[in-house]
Design a protein around this ligand. Structure first.
Ligand SMILES: [Zn+2]
Length: 350
């Protein structure tokens, strides 16, 4: 009852935001005072570019950032109002070798999904935009899924109508939408568990939902090293997102350093070039601390990106290049919302 109430309140609020954003977008009010924030850096955070409305879509929905057509509209908006830079240019600026253009924007992708190559890459090429993909090195070219995609597969293919949560609470569903919400909540509940406990819940989920996962099913969800190399020859840079995607503040420091450092070494070996950028898994305030930022620095990275929301000023980036804010993009965002998110007014909220 409570969650239903919250959901309807939330959806009323979000439909009001969509309408207001749309009105502001049409009236051009977003551009008011634009000259005052020309020295900003707008870092966009994407995960997947795919169509989640197909019946066959059986991976984790919140990770879809945009359908390909919407991504294309967003790139169009960037071409019109921003100067898209590469990570290389950002680092050159940090090192004092060049200046940054006004309204600089950096396009980033996390995790290393195959659709970055099949869907996003051709669109980026069309606009001649550089971008950076942060790879979770242990998942590239393997059949090892992220647990959220494995869970989504199980929820999508199960005939059951309920599942047990770690707090010994059972949740059920009667339709597809409710099932998706339970799926999302189940994945969220995993984030609060200690690693061994989490692993136990993840390993037993297929049996609990009566699902068996075909061998190699996830092999084609992620990029291959061959695709990574091809893109790296065509304006796409690669950074690290650890080996196994742990929340770094929740694991021992020596293990965190291995995740940060060995993923860098692996990507450098595969690409034959230096890796300078890092993105924190999950990336919210509680997932990072100054000790972890220090480890990233020590491992030889020059910049690191969080998921603390909002555009940032170039002064902030220079002050601490190991906690650069990004804007999380979701497939639920309309173009006016995208314009609102990338507007500097979005910084005031944080
Ligand atoms: Zn990630």
């Amino acid at each position: 009852m409570y969650s239903q109430h919250t959901t309807s309140k939330k959806s009323i609020r979000s439909s009001i935001i969509i309408k207001l954003a749309s009105l502001a977008f049409d009236s051009g009010i977003f551009r008011t005072g634009r000259q005052f924030w020309s020295k900003s850096l707008t870092v966009l955070n994407y995960h997947r570019i795919d169509d989640p409305h197909q019946d066959s879509f059986d991976s984790f929905l919140p990770n879809v950032s945009a359908i390909p057509a919407e991504f294309s509209h967003q790139m169009d908006y960037l071409a019109r109002w921003f100067n898209v830079i590469s990570l290389h240019e950002l680092i050159n600026w940090l090192d004092g070798h060049q200046s940054l253009p006004a309204y600089a924007a950096l396009i980033t992708f996390d995790d290393g999904y195959l659709d970055n190559y099949t869907q996003a890459y051709p669109i980026l090429k069309k606009y001649d935009f550089p971008a950076v993909i942060f790879l979770t090195s242990g998942h590239i070219e393997t059949d090892t899924p992220f647990y959220w995609d494995m869970a989504a597969y199980c929820f999508h293919h199960t005939n059951h109508d309920h599942v047990l949560f770690p707090e010994s609470k059972e949740r059920s569903w009667t339709n597809k939408l409710e099932r998706r919400n339970v799926n999302k909540a189940w994945v969220e509940s995993m984030k609060n568990l200690a690693d061994s406990e989490k692993q136990k819940w993840i390993n037993t989920l297929p049996a609990k939902l009566g699902v068996s996962i075909p061998k190699n099913y996830f092999r084609n969800l992620m990029l291959s090293w061959h695709q990574v190399r091809e893109m790296s020859n065509n304006r796409i840079e690669f950074g690290s997102h650890t080996i196994n995607h742990p929340i770094l503040s929740k694991i021992p420091v020596d293990q965190a350093y291995i995740e940060i450092n060995e993923s860098k070494v692996k990507i450098e070996t595969e690409l034959g070039q230096k890796v300078r950028g890092f993105a924190y898994p999950n990336g919210s305030k509680n997932d990072i601390n100054s000790e972890i930022e220090q480890l990233v620095h020590q491992a030889g990275y020059r910049a690191a990106f969080t998921l603390q929301n909002g555009p940032t000023s170039i002064r902030e980036v220079r002050h601490n290049p190991y906690a650069v804010r990004r804007i999380f993009i979701s497939h639920t965002h309309t173009l006016p919302q995208f314009a609102l998110l990338t507007n500097n007014i979005n910084r005031i909220r944080n």
